[in-house]
Design a protein. Sequence first.
Length: 129
Amino acid sequence: MTRRAVSTSAAPGAVGPYSQAIATDDLVFCSGQVGLDPATGELVAGGVEAEAERVIRNLEAVLDAAGCTLADVVKTTCFLADINDFAKFNAVYAPFWPDPPPARSTFGVAALPRGAQVEIEAIAVRSSR
């Protein structure tokens, strides 16, 4: 099995001892992304909806660097600082995914890095290209 780090400046860089993603022969494991603007390094304004969109755009950039798209994602794990934002989050999340959407778990958590309201990690299957 080969194992390589995936990195792109089109998404926020890792702020700790981790990679934006790790690609193996067939799988890409994307670290959790929060709603940081990669150009400024700051959390986007606009609440949970704006953060959710930025998070998914950040994931798209990491997946692209790994040779994948959102259509290759088979599983996401989503974290919300306030589980009461579940419906707002779903309204933003749903349109990004082709049918059928990936399997998903969503958790309400006490806090997220940088005061974020949303974090998403993903696993994608690399198709033979």
